[in-house]
Design a protein around this ligand. Structure first.
Ligand SMILES: *[C@@H]1O[C@H](CO)[C@@H](O)[C@H](O)[C@H]1NC(C)=O
Ligand SMILES: *[C@@H]1O[C@H](CO)[C@@H](O)[C@H](O)[C@H]1NC(C)=O
Ligand SMILES: *[C@@H]1O[C@H](CO)[C@@H](O)[C@H](O)[C@H]1NC(C)=O
Ligand SMILES: *[C@@H]1O[C@H](CO)[C@@H](O)[C@H](O)[C@H]1NC(C)=O
Ligand SMILES: *[C@@H]1O[C@H](CO)[C@@H](O)[C@H](O)[C@H]1NC(C)=O
Ligand SMILES: *[C@@H]1O[C@H](CO)[C@@H](O)[C@H](O)[C@H]1NC(C)=O
Ligand SMILES: *[C@@H]1O[C@H](CO)[C@@H](O)[C@H](O)[C@H]1NC(C)=O
Ligand SMILES: *[C@@H]1O[C@H](CO)[C@@H](O)[C@H](O)[C@H]1NC(C)=O
Length: 413
């Protein structure tokens, strides 16, 4: 993919003292400093998506799903050792929420993470936005813990909340000017409904379901500043709840079970700007409005971006390298970015595909070639879709992923 030579990934150290940066920036109240690669040069991310906590609080079934989802999180974290957990949208099923306690489900979600001393970073999904809940109220609840790295870097009515980036530094970088070895971008694809708003007929007010163009401008500008500051292209990964239209078109063209291993059961998938018209109406008269085009353009042309991870479509779990101009699209990709789904992690939300969580492993030596490894850890403990997102991804052959479903006797389906 992106073959520009890197000067070096190692940091230009102004001191020979090997002291973790984390210690330097941690303080007596907050034990967590910036993210760093481990001393062996690796950094692993566990992605939980579509946890959908808080369904049907008024009956037995709903709370039982939350118990099952906590169990999934514990099982996966017992099997994996991430340096960061990403909660990639639809943490909570907002339409079932009560104003007075809708965000309290955050406490249940992060319990297993706090127990293990892990930190996390969220993006918010369409179900995180409803009359009784919003990205802002969830973020406020997350901030009860220093473990939350979620933040808001773009402000404005249509920007959403979870738009920010996190640098991951070398384990031995002690200099503040040290360049990160990896950058993680988080985007808010919004959707759902506006918080505490109803229209004249008493209906909830829909919110656009794409990454806003002000966020795209911030992304492009901030990326350019980082390239300038460190005088190099830093490998990066991105997280956004709703996939873009490019994933839809790639799927239309066919997903090969051996070269893009994963479940492909949500067909056609639902992309950003679905259900909206190009003129901004969302009255059910249009399939797709195209408003995610600026975001797709940016994702396809920012050098060093290796992969974008989404959820939303619970029945899709493949990664597809977007390496060519696709039918019906005007955006021609520049940098062969991989568009990946994760795995439905929660017992809430539709579908009984076996719950699990995608893992992403960055290794310093592979980052030099803008490559990362990824696999899905299922609730049963098995690993599927273990692939390398490298220069030949898309032509390398892997075992197909079985479409296993979770049978849960206590689930009351
Ligand atoms: C920091 O790590 C890099 C690469 O892992 C290594 O080349 C360098 O010697 C290390 N520096 C120190 C001070 O340990
Ligand atoms: C400790 O770090 C936290 C988070 O970075 C910050 O909000 C707080 O002000 C810091 N406290 C001190 C005493 O520096
Ligand atoms: C939130 O409030 C509702 C309604 O009072 C209640 O049924 C539900 O159990 C509460 N949820 C939590 C997590 O406290
Ligand atoms: C929002 O919360 C209030 C207060 O708990 C509740 O009465 C209402 O049913 C909830 N949902 C909506 C859509 O208003
Ligand atoms: C392109 O658009 C046409 C007309 O809407 C549609 O029939 C066709 O399936 C689309 N092709 C792809 C690959 O999406
Ligand atoms: C994924 O595959 C690689 C290469 O075959 C292997 O080394 C690694 O252990 C596998 N990872 C998991 C989690 O099974
Ligand atoms: C990419 O990874 C696969 C699986 O490990 C491997 O077979 C292939 O040779 C790798 N391609 C490159 C260019 O390294
Ligand atoms: C998929 O399921 C079949 C039949 O149960 C089994 O033989 C095969 O090993 C499974 N494949 C993988 C990759 O787990």
């Amino acid at each position: 993919m992106f073959l520009a030579a890197l000067a070096t990934l190692a940091c230009a150290l102004s001191t020979l003292e090997a002291r973790p940066l984390a210690k330097k920036f941690a303080n007596s109240t907050n034990p967590f400093g910036p993210l760093t690669l481990k001393s062996d040069g690796t950094f692993q991310i566990s992605i939980f998506e579509d946890l959908h906590f808080g369904e049907n609080a008024w009956d037995q079934w709903g709370p039982q799903q939350d118990i099952n989802s906590v169990k999934v999180i514990n099982e996966i974290l017992d099997a994996e050792s991430p340096g960061l957990v990403v909660l990639n949208g639809d943490l909570i099923t907002g339409e079932n929420g009560f104003l007075e306690n809708s965000t309290s489900y955050v406490d249940q979600i992060v319990g297993p993470l706090v127990d293990r001393g892990l930190t996390w970073a969220s993006t918010y999904g369409n179900h995180d936005y409803d009359f009784n809940i919003s990205g802002s109220t969830i973020l406020a609840r997350e901030k009860k813990w220093y473990n939350s790295r979620t933040t808001q870097m773009v402000f404005g009515e249509d920007a959403g909340v979870s738009n920010y980036y996190l640098p991951v530094f070398d384990s031995n970088c002690t200099d503040e000017a040290c360049a990160p070895g990896l950058i993680l971008w988080f985007f808010d694809s919004k959707g759902g409904f506006r918080y505490q708003q109803k229209d004249e007929s008493g209906e909830r007010v829909g919110q656009p379901n794409w990454v806003d163009f002000t966020v795209v401008e911030w992304f492009l500008q901030t990326n350019a500043e980082l390239v300038n500051k460190y005088n190099k292209v830093t490998p990066s990964l991105a997280f956004v709840h709703i996939p873009t239209f490019a994933s839809y078109v790639l799927q239309e063209g066919g997903v090969n079970p051996n070269t893009e291993p994963g479940i492909n059961a949500d067909l056609p998938l639902a992309p950003q700007a679905q259900g909206w018209c190009a003129d901004g109406r969302n009255d059910g008269s249009c399939d797709y409005g195209g408003q995610d085009t600026p975001f797709m353009q940016a994702v396809s042309e920012v050098p060093g971006l290796m992969a974008v991870f989404s959820g939303h479509d619970h029945g899709n779990t493949w990664c597809y390298k977007w390496d060519r101009l696709l039918p019906n699209m005007t955006v021609a990709p520049h940098n062969d970015v991989n568009l990946c789904f994760s795995q439905h992690s929660g017992y809430g939300g539709y579908g009984n595909w076996e719950r699990g969580a995608r893992q992403v492993l960055a290794t310093k030596s592979k980052l030099e070639n803008f490559e990362v490894d990824t696999w899905i850890r299922l609730e049963s403990g098995s690993v599927v879709g273990n692939v390398s997102l490298n220069g030949t991804y898309g032509s390398d052959r892997y075992p197909a992923t079985n479409d296993t479903e979770t049978y849960c006797p206590t689930c009351d389906y």
